[in-house]
Design a protein around this ligand. Structure first.
Ligand SMILES: N[C@@H](CCC(=O)N[C@@H](CS)C(=O)NCC(=O)O)C(=O)O
Length: 207
């Protein structure tokens, strides 16, 4: 049997989409959650000094989106045609562009920046980025009538975007009462049968 080992911090962050793909596919994996001290020891051995990292037997994959795409292709969540795959990949690239801004807030929270600094980052960086990112997502959702971002079934793009909306809700950047289209999408993905059960049981983390 293939041994999958996913290494990250004890948080949802950039590892959670991969965890959810394992859950949906009913595939066992080692959920290796590092303390900061353990991470510092491992850091010099990592390709970019960062996590997540996925080990598949002896094979190592770095970069979250590459990990998600690899698992999505293996488990049937990458899109049904090359065009659907390209659309899912585009959405992930939009999401990654947004993360460049959101990471200022996430990292600030994780590393204990002052409330004043967090407020500044919120107003000057993340709120404008959310406004633009939400408008991009809504264009995809309004064009694709299934309620998913791509085609008629769940893809890894839905999982990654819905996961991040949970983080944005936890940090008061996403208000479901004000963003009805995104709220309906978020709810639809989170009600996917195997995911719903997993989400109810998983350990809480803001990000
Ligand atoms: N582009 C990378 C970014 C990875 C990344 O930023 N990882 C953070 C955790 S979310 C990290 O390892 N931070 C610790 C460090 O850079 O020392 C990816 O998508 O995997």
């Amino acid at each position: 049997m293939v041994h999958y080992k996913l290494t990250y911090f004890d948080a949802r962050g950039l590892a959670e989409t991969a965890r959810q793909l394992f859950v949906l596919a009913d595939v066992e994996f080692e959920d290796n959650r590092l303390t900061i001290e353990e991470f510092q020891k491992l850091k010099p051995t990592l390709p970019s000094g960062q996590v997540p990292i996925l080990h598949v037997d002896g094979f190592e994959i770095s970069q979250s989106a590459a990990i998600w795409r690899y698992l999505a292709r293996k488990f049937g969540y990458s899109g049904k045609t090359p065009e659907e795959e390209a659309t899912a990949d585009s959405i992930i690239d939009h999401f990654k562009d947004f993360l460049v801004s959101f990471k200022h807030y996430g990292a600030g929270l994780f590393f204990g920046k002052s409330q004043e600094e967090l407020n500044r980052v919120r107003k000057e960086i993340v709120e404008p980025a959310c406004k633009f990112y939400f408008s991009v997502l809504k264009k995809y959702l309004e064009k694709n009538t299934s309620g998913y971002l791509v085609g008629s079934d769940l893809t890894y793009a839905d999982i990654a975007v819905a996961e991040n909306l949970t983080s944005l809700k936890n940090t008061n950047f996403f208000n479901p009462d004000e963003e009805k289209t995104l709220a309906a999408f978020h709810q639809k993905v989170n009600e996917t049968p195997k995911l719903k059960e997993y989400l109810e049981k998983r350990k809480y983390s803001i990000l």
